[in-house]
Design a protein around this ligand. Structure first.
Ligand code: ADP
Ligand code: MG
Length: 626
């Protein structure tokens, strides 16, 4: 590029769309542009501080790092200036001309107008910078990358936010970035000193970088600089001196989430492991929480009050990835890399201790704030379940936090804890019963449940995809075994004892059972009489070592070859249909009946048949009989 020549660029098309959407939807909360620009400036300074840690950069002049705000009433302009890391030309094109966060557009399109109005979303797009266009006709960015020793290696970026932007080479005496906002006429409120101070108090008081504003002293007719924020990191202040509101504001500041957090815990630990942690549980999950690569901004790591990195996920297990906050330790070297962090002993000790703290915090929430816990469970329950396999040492604590729905709950909402379940068990009951199904409805209406309802024994209904897999890792709680009611089980036989005339019934049915076995051959493992059914003629069970129906479905959906499941067919001798079939004489007819019954049971158990046409033909045969 020739010096001083303007170079025209076009915004990436998604950026254009997002710009338009944002200007429209955030109009009612314009002031946040200050928060966003200050947050960027403070990030840039944090990065610069980090660069100074390396001896490689000893040739770079150190400057007192701060953010400055100039107001120019004549030009209708407000400038936010930092001496942070700056940007190269390449970076400025990438950072301000495109949307880096993948999935942003898809996410935007999935939103309706109502939700886009929620300004909490703005930070999550990673489009904070663009908020400056809400109040302005034109934005100019002047920047120089810290490594560019030469003064004339500065870059100017300017745009009216319409579709194109221009880049010019400029002279810039110091590294860092100035953002100049040319305000629209009607937005001149942002030229008022008090207004800016108000906004900064509201959003950015606890940024640890000083923010100064230029003030005019009319008596002396001079300008001077005045610091307008506390510039003290919140977590370093004594707990007793921090107000609830301040904790909430700080949360919004680090997460850019405007929904208040559900709860938080602030620890200042002295002793061999010196560290401070401030951990929050949000009230809403991030839209990309399932997208592990894009799930950013979990914990911020500070070492001796110096910012080191965002997304320090080495300090918490994956299943607690919804936790936000900061950790500040004195026990790690400042020049530690991400890779070294993973292997470091201190990291491991801290991870263990933070995990314990978070689990205790969640437990407390469950006891003291039932309503908030419902929100927590809805937002993060599925993620927490991952912990049962990820964190064996805390398995019991995690199990204690689980919530379920059951046949005795009035709805699908999961509110029942395992402890409550155990406290209400039948006196002969020693196991925790559950049923797994594709969805709540099919679980709740399963014929397996008839007798449990009659005997007033509770059964958990597990209907999430992850549940079947979860049950492989959750085998007992407080010494009570989990038992799938789709599988045969001795305890059940004891509770649902046989009727007094069972012997007679069994004698009468012997020949019929044999016939069923002969007809179905190796489609079934065995054929038995059942006393647990009421309104259903037949049901399929699995023996206790077989893979469950839901699990085989998951494997098959994943394209795996698994051995064919052999069920036990249980027949209800008291059902009218069975009583009728037993009396039928013609061999062919009885065979058709048996096949229909088996297919019915299969449909109810797994929702599909190997040969649906045969089933339909068999049914039609009977429909035709007058
Ligand atoms: P986010 O801060 O979420 O990444 P923004 O739209 O606020 O999204 O900023 C986009 C990017 O532009 C930042 O990530 C950063 O790389 C760059 N940037 C913005 N402001 C500055 C600044 N003052 N100094 C250096 N880089 C900046
Ligand atoms: Mg930003």
């Amino acid at each position: 590029m020739e010096n001083n020549k303007k170079e025209k660029h076009i915004f990436q098309s998604e950026t254009k769309e997002i710009l338009k959407l944002m200007i429209h939807s955030l109009y009612s909360n314009k002031e946040i542009f200050i928060r966003e620009l200050i947050s960027n400036a403070s990030d840039a300074i944090d990065k610069m501080k980090f660069k100074f840690l390396s001896p490689k950069n000893s040739n770079i002049p150190y400057r007192n790092m701060l953010i400055k705000i100039y107001i120019d009433k004549k030009e209708n302009k407000i400038t936010i200036s930092d001496n942070g890391i700056g940007m190269t030309k390449k970076e400025i094109i990438k950072n301000l001309g495109t949307i880096a966060h993948s999935g942003t557009k898809k996410f935007l399109q999935s939103l309706d107008n109502k939700t886009i109005n929620d300004n909490a979303l703005i930070g999550k797009f990673g489009v904070g910078f663009y908020s400056s266009f809400i109040v302005s006709n034109k934005v100019i960015v002047k920047t120089r990358y810290y490594k560019e020793i030469n003064e004339n290696n500065g870059i100017m970026w300017e745009s009216e936010g319409k579709g194109e932007y221009f880049i010019t080479n400029i002279n810039k005496p110091e590294y860092g970035t100035d953002i100049e906002i040319y305000l629209k006429k009607e937005e001149n409120i942002f030229l008022e000193n008090w207004k800016i101070r108000d906004i900064i108090k509201k959003y950015s008081d606890h940024i640890d970088v000083p923010i100064e504003i230029q003030e005019y002293d009319s008596t002396k007719n001079i300008f001077h600089w005045k610091k307008i924020n506390k510039a003290k990191s919140l977590w370093t202040i004594k707990k007793s001196e921090i107000k609830k509101e301040e904790y909430k504001k700080f949360y919004t500041y680090i997460t850019q989430d405007n929904n208040p957090p559900l709860t938080w815990i602030h620890n200042q630990i002295e002793g061999t492991q010196q560290y401070t942690s401030l951990l929050y549980i949000p009230s809403k999950s991030n839209w990309n929480i399932w997208d592990r690569e894009n799930e950013k901004k979990g914990l911020k790591l500070y070492i001796k009050k110096t910012y080191i990195m965002d997304n320090a996920n080495q300090f918490l297990p994956n299943y607690l990835r919804f936790v936000k906050g900061i950790i500040d330790t004195n026990n790690l070297p400042l020049n530690i890399s991400r890779e070294m962090l993973q292997e470091n002993h201190v990291t491991k000790v801290l991870k263990k201790s933070l995990t314990k703290k978070v689990l205790t915090l969640i437990k407390k929430l469950s006891i003291n704030h039932v309503k908030k816990y419902k929100i927590f469970w809805k937002e993060f329950g599925l993620i927490l379940k991952e912990g049962l396999s990820e964190d064996i040492s805390n398995k019991n604590k995690i199990a204690d936090l689980l919530r379920f729905t059951s046949i005795q709950c009035s709805s699908q909402e999961e509110t029942l804890s395992l402890e409550q379940y155990i406290n209400n068990m039948h006196k002969k009951q020693n196991k925790i019963y559950y049923i797994t199904a594709d969805n709540y409805e099919s679980g709740n209406t399963s014929p397996h449940l008839e007798i449990f309802r009659k005997k007033n024994i509770n059964v958990l209904i597990l209907h999430n995809k992850i549940d079947e897999w979860m049950m492989n890792h959750l085998t007992e709680f407080q010494n009570k075994q989990f038992q799938s009611i789709n599988k045969s089980d001795n305890e059940l036989e004891k509770i649902f004892h046989k009727p007094s005339n069972a012997d007679t019934i069994e004698n009468n049915m012997k020949a019929f059972l044999q016939k069923v076995q002969n007809t179905l051959q190796n489609k079934v493992q065995s054929v038995k009489l059942s006393y647990r059914l009421i309104d259903t003629p037949v049901v399929l069970l699995l023996d206790k070592n077989s893979m469950s129906t839901q699990m085989s479905k998951l494997f098959m959906a994943a394209g795996q070859n698994i051995p064919e499941t052999k069920y036990i067919l249980e027949i209800n001798p008291n059902h009218d249909l069975i009583k009728k079939i037993v009396t039928i004489q013609e061999e062919e007819k009885i065979k058709t009946w048996i096949n229909i019954l088996f297919d019915q049971a299969l449909l109810s158990e797994r929702g599909s048949l190997d040969n649906p046409n045969e089933f339909i033909q068999n049914i039609n045969k009977f429909l035709l009989i007058k």
